[in-house]
Design a protein around this ligand. Structure first.
Ligand SMILES: *Cc1c(COP(=O)(O)O)cnc(C)c1O
Length: 709
């Protein structure tokens, strides 16, 4: 059905051959990330060899090739296990046999979802944070909805960095090489049996690009890769690191993703019904589309542009001007001169990326290029829509802010991925068979009202216990590795209490996310931790390697660590990734989000936390501005203030006020059976109001109704 099917089949057959006969269906399961959100999927692989499963980073292809034969034979002799394998395989086949959703797209003309990063699973390390995780969730949801879609991205050979923190709180980065031959992906070959390649002219070189396919359920994700011996060393480096530090290499990445992406789809025989550009990085593909239309129809560039626009939709994720990268004339022409030549003349490429096309001194921006070239532009929350319309009004002269044609589709999260553990079991029991496919309907969540408070509370406590066990293990190894004093090391496992109010703060550590608010009023933080009703904090997050200010924030938080009681009631867990995120959002009672308004386009980690029964304490920015109704969480005001220091001070006080005066007392107000009734009622409100609205099911249905059709 999709290019690369034969390569997939061959790779599966090859892996199957190496397995004991009864386990052969596992090869099929391993080459489709659907296992990662299917109930019992991960458990199948884990059961074979738990140690190795962890050591391979939960990579099923590696597990099946690296596990000792004796362990495979043992699993093959276990008839219960073999039955489970067989059931998972038939579930997968049945899923694939469902008819495609009719409408805008078809397998021959799918939606091409193009993005610089995809957060599908930790074993595929080609994401850094929210943008990628959202992209991964969109592919998974498209698969669940049987919406014909293909993903287009880059296969970074060393991905995003990993994080180590030293005893002073300073972040260090390191990179790990990925070998694509050990990932659950295949190199796509043509009918001649040779790898499909395209070439992209960058910086005087014809860079050769090959393509890999990863299956995310029914959605093939095509990943472009320049690490080929025919390329120069610089050419090979282009797809090495995600958000590579060098500006010019990043520009080269955008050329590979954009121009290379459009060329690869054509080489694979895929003619998209629509290109969905997720953020500006793939926007250079517009030039390849223009060149194709010009070559085929003889149209001039303006007519061609009209035609191309009909096939492009664009989602912007960046609410601050500085977040939209711009490039100077010299940089663009050096790197992309030959790409500009494809459409006739070089000034055109430069001017299409400027707010004022005539201003030769203005730098060019991928976001502007994408906006000008799309038939529909959307932001990712209601508030972000308002912010984006004001921010980009200059692109639409003569229109008032309200008339700026930027709509919004609020982000959502893939429920089957993010709802885990005890809360998943509980909701599966109460919400009825097949409820996940109805997750976007408010009625689906009504039975939450009937779940006895004791059961909801028990699920919450069980989830918190899983989290504190993990914090003890991981906190201990983090501290040992840092070379901390032994009593400080041991404090984390003796100090974290499974019954104590647990507050989480984990996200990309850009300064606007304001982790520093926690350390801003140290005496209040320490009082909370050591009070009569003590709380415990867990932190995680990575600062971009070049973001010196964000790294400094981590050090600020670390300075608190020697205060009395803190060692056992606060932990910073290193190397935030999808797995850690899913453990944190599932286990924390309160999820804190305090971005500086209006910098948070949407935010999604809080939505994940809601699914696990976590309650939100958040600034009214991004998704929370449209989600909070006074009964389903706690809010800090979302005003914009140029005096950021005064605002930080106010917001830090507001946060601690809520914690001290409302959150801590409510958590400890128990009935005779030990259940905090008001707390549980707020959990119910949170699940019922946020569950349907912030699911990826609702998000993708919105895209279908408002953007794609
Ligand atoms: C969900 C997620 C994010 C995005 O969270 P925000 O709320 O947008 O900060 C970032 N990183 C990982 C690993 C995630 O799972």
């Amino acid at each position: 059905m999709f290019a690369g099917d034969l390569d997939m089949t061959a790779a599966i057959a090859e892996l199957a051959k190496s397995l004991p006969e009864p386990l052969r269906p596992l090869a099929r399961i391993a080459f489709d990330y659907r296992w990662s959100w299917a109930v019992g999927g991960a458990a199948l692989f884990e059961a074979i060899d738990p140690e190795r499963w962890a050591r391979t980073g939960q990579n099923p292809r590696r597990l099946l090739t690296e596990t000792q034969r004796a362990l495979l034979e043992r699993a093959a002799a276990d008839t219960d296990f073999v039955d489970r394998v067989e059931r998972m395989r038939s579930e997968l086949e049945a899923d694939r046999a469902r008819p495609w959703l009719p409408g805008v797209a078809s397998p021959a003309h799918p939606i091409a979802f193009c993005c610089s990063e995809f957060g599908v699973h930790d074993s595929l390390p080609i994401y850094s944070g929210g943008l990628g995780v959202l992209a991964g969730d969109i592919l998974k949801e498209a698969s669940d909805l049987a919406l014909p879609m293909v993903g287009v991205g880059l296969l970074y050979r060393t991905g995003y960095f990993h994080q180590k923190i030293d005893v002073t709180g300073l972040q260090h980065e390191y990179w790990i090489d990925t070998d694509p031959d050990r990932l659950p992906c295949v190199k796509v070959t043509g009918i001649d049996g040779r790898p499909v390649t395209v070439s992209v002219p960058i910086h005087g070189e014809h860079v050769t690009v090959q393509v890999w396919r990863v299956d995310v359920g029914r959605v093939p994700l095509y990943l472009l890769d320049t690490d080929l011996p025919v390329n120069s060393q610089v050419g090979r480096w282009i797809t090495s690191r995600l958000y590579e530090g060098s500006r010019l290499i990043r520009l080269a990445q955008y050329a590979v993703l954009g121009v290379g992406g459009v060329r690869v789809l054509r080489a694979l025989g895929i003619e998209p019904a629509l290109y969905h550009l997720n953020e500006g990085h793939p926007a250079l593909g517009i030039f390849e589309m223009l060149a194709q239309v010009q070559a085929e129809t003889g149209k001039d560039i303006d007519q061609a542009w009209q035609q191309v626009r009909e096939k492009i939709v664009f989602t912007t994720h960046t609410p601050v001007p500085a977040g939209n990268e711009t490039y100077q004339r010299g940089e663009v022409l050096t790197m992309l001169g030959a790409i500009a030549d494809m459409v006739g003349h070089r000034e055109r490429l430069l001017s299409m990326g400027r707010v004022n096309p005539q201003d030769a001194n203005e730098a060019s921006s991928m976001t502007v290029l994408a906006m000008r070239s799309s038939r529909h532009v959307n932001a990712v929350s209601q508030r972000h829509g308002q912010v984006a319309r004001a921010m980009w009004q200059t692109l639409y002269p003569g229109r008032s802010v309200d008339e700026v044609p930027i709509s919004h589709v609020t982000n959502g999260v893939h429920v089957a991925t993010w709802l885990r553990g005890p809360m998943r079991e509980l909701l599966d029991r109460y919400l009825g068979p097949g409820w996940l496919s109805r997750a976007d309907q408010p009625e689906t969540w009504l039975p939450v009202q009937d779940i006895p408070a004791g059961e909801l509370w028990a699920a919450r406590c069980a989830a918190r216990k899983q989290l504190t066990d993990m914090i003890a293990r991981r906190g201990t190894s983090d501290r040992l590795r840092r070379g901390e004093p032994l009593d400080y090391v041991e404090a984390v496992s003796s100090g974290f209490d499974p019954d104590r109010l647990t507050i989480g703060f984990a996200r990309r550590l850009a300064t606007y996310k304001r982790l520093h608010l926690v350390a801003h009023l140290p005496e209040r933080a320490i009082a909370l931790i050591g009070g009569s009703h003590p709380v415990q904090f867990v932190f995680a997050g990575k600062a971009h390697p070049d973001d010196v200010a964000a790294k400094e924030v981590v050090r600020e938080v670390f300075r608190l660590k020697m205060a009395a009681g803190v060692a056992g009631r606060a932990a910073f867990l290193e190397d935030y990734d999808l797995t850690l995120a899913s453990q944190l959002v599932a286990g924390c009672d309160v999820w804190v989000n305090v971005p500086r308004p209006p910098n948070e386009a949407s935010g999604t980690s809080g939505m994940k936390s809601c699914l696990g029964g976590g309650l939100q304490l958040s600034v009214l920015d991004g998704w929370w501005a449209e989600a909070w109704d006074g009964t389903n969480g706690w809010a800090i005001s979302g005003e914009i203030d140029g005096d950021t220091q005064a605002q930080d001070q106010r917001h830090a006080h507001a946060m601690f006020d809520l914690l001290e005066q409302e959150i801590v007392p409510m958590f400890h107000e128990r009935d005779a059976s030990g259940v905090p009734q008001r707390w549980v009622e707020m959990m119910r409100r949170s699940l019922q109001t946020h569950g349907p609205r912030f699911s990826a099911t609702r998000m993708l249905r919105d895209y279908l109704a408002q953007v794609y059709s």
